[in-house]
Design a binder for this molecule. Structure first.
Ligand code: GLN
Length: 313
């Protein structure tokens, strides 16, 4: 098998990308609809790459913890796919790109309380209801999963962020109540949101996130400990969902510019997968109008170009 990418080239490339990132400082805004996130210093940048042997390369603030926000939606879906039968999930939430903002109400009303996919807020809240209604210790399990996948026992929830989200829950609560009104959500809305907000409030660094997602580049097996997280088929399915739905109504543009399965969060993180090769995490808090990191997107474009990785051909 040919060397998939030149390992010697990777560290200098990451260093160059980190050095170029400040050019985009000042572009975009931090997410201020969650007050605790508005306090994060906006002009920061980190990048980490984890290969399928678990080796990590890093540059910039790769070890600074940030709020992973919607990146947690993938980790929650993984728990659901591990524990639930397929129809229990996919009769309640779809698998199509939404073409709408991540927190939009309009489509959910039109489609009678069935969210388009598990990565928009409504779909992710729905997944949290599936989990909270079946798993007693779901908070504990979410944190343990993040720690185990990243190989970092120090990972924790940022309780201030979780509280801040609960204090400003109106839109997510509205989505949950709409699903309840249509009979697609049964648990207490606050119990469901508490799980959802805690997932969003997991504090992880680029190195943590890159390691935690390496199983998606490695046929479902976590290279940290050799454990199968999901099956090879589920790995393909998750990567397909990430490619089509991971960046919301900018998923098409992300596929065009970067060409990888990916997931963004309003904390400024983006994780991307090069199947069979590596997982990548970039972080920079300023966001574009879609809620995706401006400097992070630029960095991913440069990395893909610099390494010549192109799983789509
Ligand atoms: N916690 C955020 C919210 O519910 C997550 C959104 C995101 O990261 N896109 O709005």
């Amino acid at each position: 098998m040919p060397e998939p990418f030149d390992r010697h080239q990777l560290q200098p490339l990451l260093d160059r990308i980190a050095a170029a990132a400040p050019r985009h400082f000042g572009e975009g805004e931090v997410a201020d609809y969650i007050p605790a996130l508005a306090e994060v210093a906006p002009d920061q940048f980190g990048i980490a790459v984890c290969d399928i042997n678990g080796k990590v390369w890093r540059a910039g603030a790769a070890d600074t913890a940030f709020s992973i926000q919607s990146i947690s939606k993938v980790l929650n879906l993984v728990i659901a796919m591990q524990r639930l039968d397929e129809p229990d999930i996919w009769t309640r939430v779809g698998r199509e790109p939404s073409g709408h903002a991540f927190n939009s109400m309009a489509q959910l009303e039109e489609e009678k309380g069935v969210p388009r996919n598990p990565f928009i807020n409504a779909g992710a809240v729905l997944v949290c209801e599936l989990l909270v209604s079946r798993i007693m210790s779901i908070h504990w399990m979410m944190r343990e999963q993040a720690r185990r996948l990243a190989g970092n026992p120090a990972i924790n929830f940022d309780d201030r962020v979780a509280r801040s989200e609960m204090d400003h829950k109106a839109r997510n609560a509205a989505l949950a109540y709409l699903m309840k009104a249509y009979g697609n959500l049964h648990s207490e809305v606050n119990d469901v949101l508490d799980v959802y907000f805690h997932g969003c409030a997991l504090a992880m660094s680029c190195s943590d996130v890159a390691r935690a997602f390496a199983f998606l580049a490695n046929g479902g097996v976590n290279p940290q400990d050799g454990q199968a997280v999901v099956t090879p088929q589920q790995t393909r399915q998750l990567n397909a969902l990430l490619l089509t739905c991971g960046l919301y109504d900018a998923a098409g543009d992300f596929a065009w510019r970067v060409g990888l399965p990916g997931k963004s969060g309003v904390g400024g993180g983006i994780v991307a997968i090069v199947p069979g090769q590596m997982s990548i995490c970039v972080w920079s808090p300023r966001l574009d109008s879609y809620g995706n990191s401006v400097a992070g997107l630029r960095a991913l474009e440069s990395l893909v170009e610099g390494l010549g990785v192109a799983p789509l051909g």
